[in-house]
Ligand binder design. Structure first.
Ligand SMILES: Cc1cc2nc3c(=O)[nH]c(=O)nc-3n(C[C@H](O)[C@H](O)[C@H](O)COP(=O)(O)OP(=O)(O)OC[C@H]3O[C@@H](n4cnc5c(N)ncnc54)[C@H](O)[C@@H]3O)c2cc1C
Length: 566
C-alpha cells in the first residue's frame, strides 16, 4: 500500500518512466541522509539535484507535452507517472518537490497559451535544464486575485511596460521564464506575460522564507513587454491562472503522501526497537491504535489521490468531475497528511525532534501543503458548489477504469472556461456504496442518509448560506462522502482487502461524527438540524480480529523494511 523506494518496481509504468523513478531514488540514496539533512539545515540551494535533473532530461521528459517533444520520444505530460515522481520527491524532501511544483505552475500558462513561439522556447529551456516560476501572488492580496496590482501599460502598438511586485514566487531567482499575472492599465483586463529574471528591470528583492528553496519577492520596474511575450489577455488569462492552479493542486496531495510515508518508516523503526518497562513500544495498545489510524489514513490518502488521477486523465469538456476530486486531493489529502504526522509524532515523541531525522523536516514541511494553491477554506468554498448536484441530481457516465496508460494528458492544457461549476453532474455515489457490504461501510451509509435527509428537509437557509463558517462545516461532511466513494471505487480496482477497507471506514465514521458535532455546535444551526446532527454521531464497529489481521499483515511488516542510506 505504501511506497518503499528500496523495493518499488513501478510496475504501473513503462520502461523509460521506471528508469526515471529509479534513477531519482538512486540520486537521493547516494546523496544519503547525512548530506540531505546538512543541506536542509544549511539551506543549500539544490543545484546538485537540478544538475541531475538536467543530465537525465527528467523535467523535460515529464513536463513537455507530446506536441513540443521534439526529438524526445519519451516526453509527454502523463499524470500517472508524474504521481510517482511527486511522491518520491515528497518522500526525500519538500524543497526538491517544490522546485518541480513551481516549474509545473510556471509552465501551466505557457502550455495553455496559443503563443507558439513561447511554447517552443519553453520546450528548449526545459531541455537545457531550465526551471520555471509562476508569478501570481502579491504581498497585499493573498487569495484575492481580483485585486492584482501588477500593471501592464500599453505604450505604442505591440509594446507595453510592466510595473509592480510579486511575492511568494518559487524559483523566481533562477527561472528560465517567469509567467506573470497582471492587469492592463487601459482596459482593466487580466493579462499573463513572460518575464526574464536576468533582465535589468527585474529586481530580485529577497527570499521571503528561511528554507532551501527560493520563494521570491520580486519587482518589475518599467519592464519592457512586447506582444510576443504575452500569453493571454482578458478572460483567457483569468482561466489560465485557475486552470494552472488546478494542475498544480493535484501534486500537493502526492507530496503529502511521500512525506508521511518516510515519516511512517522512521516512526515504526524507532518504536519497534525501543524497549520501555520491559516491552517494546509497538506492543503498547495505544501505540498500536495510533499506528493503525496513521496507516489507514495514509493508505486511504494514496487510494483517493490515485483514483483521482483516473478522473483527471479521463476528463473532457463533458466530464468535469475532476473539479470536485482534484481540490479534495489538495484540501482533504493534505490535511489528512497533517493528521498522520500528528499521530506518528505521538509515537516517535522526542526522537522526532532530532537533527538526523527526516521526521524533523516532515513536521514542518507537512504544514505547507494545505496552504499552497489556495488555502483549505478557498478549496472548500469551491467544493460546496458541487454539493446539490452530487446528492440530488446524479448524472450518467461510462465507468472510469484505471488509467495507467502511457499517454499524454492533453485536456489538462485545454480545460476551457472555469465558470459553470454548479452545473457539473456527478455519477450516483450510491453505486459505489451499494457495491459492497461491510459493517463500517453500512454504518457510514446510514450517516450519509441522515445528512442527505437533513439537506432536503432542513436545508441551510439564506443566512446560513451567507455564513462561510457554517458552509465550511457542512462541506467537511460532504467531502467525507465523496472521499469514501472514491476509496471504495479504488479498493475494488486494486483488490484491497475487505478488512483494510472496513478499517478505513472506522476513521471515516469517527471523522463524520466529529464534523457532525461541529455543525451541531455552530451558533447558526437550528433545532431540526441539531436533531439530525445528533443522529449522525455514530460509533464504528469494533473488530479485534480485523485489527490484529491488519496489524500483522500490513503494519508490522513495515518494521525495518526501509531506512534511508546514511
Ligand atoms: C512556501 C510558499 C510558496 C509559495 N509559492 C508560490 C508561487 O510560486 N507562486 C504564487 O503565485 N504563489 C505562491 N505562494 C502563495 C500561496 O499560493 C498563497 O499563500 C495561498 O494562496 C494563500 O494565500 P495567503 O497565504 O496570502 O492567504 P490569504 O489569501 O491572505 O488568506 C487569509 C485567510 O483568509 C481565508 N480566505 C481567503 N479567501 C477566502 C475565500 N474566498 N473563502 C474562504 N476563506 C478565504 C484563507 O483561507 C486564510 O485563512 C506560496 C506560498 C508559500 C507559503
Amino acid at each position: 500500500m505504501l511506497l518503499n523506494p528500496k523495493t518499488a518496481n513501478f510496475s504501473h509504468l513503462d520502461q523509460h518512466s521506471k528508469e526515471i523513478m529509479q534513477k531519482t531514488i538512486s540520486f537521493f540514496e547516494s546523496k544519503g541522509k547525512n548530506k540531505l539533512k546538512k543541506d536542509y539545515h544549511d539551506r543549500v540551494w539544490y543545484s546538485d539535484f537540478l544538475e541531475f535533473v538536467h543530465e537525465n532530461k527528467i523535467f523535460s521528459t515529464l513536463l513537455t507535452p507530446e506536441k513540443y517533444a521534439g526529438q524526445n520520444p519519451e516526453a509527454r505530460w502523463d499524470t500517472n507517472r508524474n504521481c510517482s515522481f511527486n511522491e518520491i520527491l515528497g518522500f526525500y524532501g519538500l524543497a526538491y518537490w517544490y522546485t518541480w511544483q513551481v516549474s509545473i505552475l510556471g509552465l501551466g500558462p505557457i502550455w495553455m497559451s496559443s503563443n507558439e513561439t513561447i511554447k517552443q522556447r519553453a520546450a528548449k529551456e526545459l531541455e537545457q535544464g531550465g526551471i520555471f516560476a509562476f508569478g501570481l501572488s502579491e504581498k497585499a492580496h493573498g487569495a484575492d486575485l481580483y485585486s492584482s496590482e501588477m500593471a501592464l501599460t500599453p505604450l505604442r502598438q505591440g509594446h507595453y511596460v510592466a510595473d509592480g511586485g510579486k511575492y511568494y514566487i518559487g524559483n523566481a531567482n533562477e527561472a528560465a521564464m517567469v509567467s506573470v499575472f497582471g492587469k492592463n492599465t487601459e482596459t482593466d483586463d487580466y493579462v499573463f506575460f513572460i518575464a526574464d529574471p536576468k533582465h535589468k528591470n527585474y529586481e530580485l528583492i529577497q527570499n521571503v522564507v528561511d528554507w532551501q528553496s527560493y520563494v521570491a519577492e520580486f519587482a518589475l520596474h518599467g519592464y519592457p513587454v512586447k506582444d510576443e511575450d504575452i500569453l493571454a489577455h482578458g478572460r483567457d488569462a483569468w482561466d489560465m491562472a485557475l486552470n494552472t492552479v488546478n494542475v498544480g493542486k493535484y501534486n500537493l496531495g502526492l507530496a503529502s503522501i511521500g512525506i508521511c510515508t518516510h515519516a511512517f518508516y522512521e516512526a515504526i523503526n524507532h518504536a519497534s526497537h525501543r524497549n520501555l518497562y520491559g516491552r517494546y513500544v509497538t506492543e503498547f495498545v495505544h501505540i498500536k491504535r495510533l499506528f493503525m489510524d496513521a496507516y489507514t489514513r495514509l493508505a486511504a490518502m494514496r487510494l483517493f489521490a490515485t483514483r483521482t488521477s483516473d478522473y483527471i486523465r479521463s476528463a473532457s469538456k463533458d466530464d468535469r468531475r475532476y473539479l470536485l476530486y482534484n481540490p479534495m486531493v489538495k484540501m482533504k489529502v493534505t490535511t489528512q497528511g497533517e493528521e498522520v504526522i500528528n499521530l506518528l509524532w505521538d509515537v516517535i515523541a522526542a526522537r522526532g525532534f532530532e537533527k538526523d531525522m527526516y521526521f524533523e523536516n516532515a513536521v514542518r514541511d507537512i504544514r505547507a501543503l494545505p496552504k499552497l494553491e489556495g488555502t483549505v477554506h478557498v478549496n472548500m468554498a469551491l467544493i460546496v458548489k458541487f454539493m446539490a448536484n452530487y446528492f440530488f441530481n446524479p448524472a450518467t457516465y461510462d465507468d472510469i477504469p484505471k488509467f495507467t496508460e502511457s499517454k499524454n494528458d492533453r485536456f489538462l492544457f485545454n480545460q476551457g472556461p472555469t465558470k459553470g461549476l454548479s452545473g457539473i453532474g456527478f455519477h450516483d455515489y450510491r453505486i459505489a456504496y451499494n457495491s459492497i457490504n461491510l459493517p463500517n461501510i453500512e454504518l457510514f451509509k446510514s450517516q450519509i442518509d441522515i445528512l442527505s435527509t437533513m439537506l432536503l428537509e432542513a436545508a441551510p437557509d439564506k443566512e446560513q448560506i451567507k455564513e462561510v463558517d457554517f458552509l465550511l462545516n457542512i462541506g467537511e461532511l460532504f467531502t467525507l462522502v465523496a472521499y469514501g466513494q472514491l476509496l471504495i471505487e479504488k479498493a475494488a480496482l486494486d483488490n484491497v482487502s475487505d478488512d483494510l477497507l472496513d478499517q478505513m471506514f472506522d476513521f471515516m465514521i469517527r471523522d463524520f461524527s466529529k464534523h457532525a458535532l461541529n455543525v451541531l455546535s455552530h451558533p447558526l444551526t437550528n433545532q431540526t438540524q441539531i436533531d439530525f446532527c445528533r443522529k449522525m454521531i455514530k460509533t464504528p464497529e469494533p473488530n479485534p480480529v480485523r485489527f490484529e489481521a491488519i496489524w500483522g499483515n500490513h503494519i508490522s511488516k513495515l518494521v525495518d523494511s526501509y531506512e534511508m542510506n546514511l
